[in-house]
Design a protein around this ligand. Structure first.
Ligand SMILES: [Fe+2]
Length: 269
């Protein structure tokens, strides 16, 4: 990596997967990331949400608020996840109640003070970090359902060359005609519905722009972690067997109804 490249690691939803977060922090450092970012949704799905926050603070991860964190911090009744299907909502409610009960006041306050967006300006490249989309914290931007025209509009509207988000759970990227890029960085909390137990984050290299064109490279990195240990901890916490199955198989068993047909067809269920 040349000296004029600024390398950052960007983590999506952690969903209480403290083991994957710890593994990702180590991995990102080993790969030379100079800054670490996390785009929110620290809790949900996994066990013992309070274990996540000290890892973020100790590693100096620049963190922002996702819909889950916003709900927990403000004491809302639900996670604002944006599900419409009754089964999805049943699991979302169960998970939210557990996470709410297990998050201490100290970290609730901490989350409430986080920004809803972050920016980085390096080598003439403007990077905007958001949760769902720049215009809406819980907007799902799926690869099959998001036009290049719309992403170009967002870049223009929010004055960003590079937009990075999470929220959907599945990583993807698209190069824009402007020379910029949109990337969903994936999530650390659970596998990407691809039949492997690894989770994903993004390494983003920002280089000196030439001829006024932003130069950015986004690489998705799989993270192997002790998923059996996480599954055991989830069992101890009496979390749903459906959630544990996702961790041990790599296939989603819940929150499927929000997936567009194309993304759903890649999964098992
Ligand atoms: Fe989210």
């Amino acid at each position: 990596m040349s000296a004029d490249v600024h390398r950052i690691a960007v983590f999506g939803g952690v969903y209480s997967n403290h083991l994957a977060l710890a593994a990702a922090i180590t991995d990102a450092r080993e790969r030379g990331a100079q800054e670490l970012y996390c785009l929110g949704d620290f809790g949900a799905f996994g066990p013992n949400p309070d274990k996540v926050f000290p890892l973020l603070v100790d590693a100096d991860v620049k963190a922002m608020r996702g819909n889950y964190d916003d709900s927990i911090a403000r004491g809302l009744d639900d996670c604002q996840c944006g599900y419409t299907d009754p089964r999805d909502n049943y699991f979302a409610r169960l998970s939210y109640r557990y996470t709410y009960r297990k998050t201490s006041d100290r970290w609730r306050t901490w989350m409430g003070e986080l920004p809803a967006r972050l920016t980085l300006d390096r080598h003439g490249v403007r990077v905007l970090f958001c949760h769902g989309s720049p215009r809406q914290m819980n907007e799902f931007l799926w690869e099959s359902a998001t036009s290049t025209q719309f992403l170009t509009y967002l870049g223009r509207e929010y004055e960003a060359d590079v937009i990075l988000g999470t929220h959907t759970g599945i990583h993807w990227q698209r190069r824009l005609p402007s020379g910029g890029v949109f990337a969903n960085v994936g999530v650390l909390g659970r596998p990407a519905n691809d039949g492997r137990t690894d989770v994903w984050y993004a390494l983003v290299d920002i280089a000196t722009a030439s001829g006024g064109q932003p130069q950015t490279r986004v690489e998705f990195v799989p993270v192997a972690y002790d998923h059996e240990r996480l599954a055991a901890e989830m069992r101890e916490e009496n979390l749903p067997a459906e959630f544990i199955e996702t961790i041990t198989t790599g296939w989603w068993t819940t929150c499927l109804e929000v997936l567009p047909a194309k993304e759903r067809a890649r999964g098992r269920f």
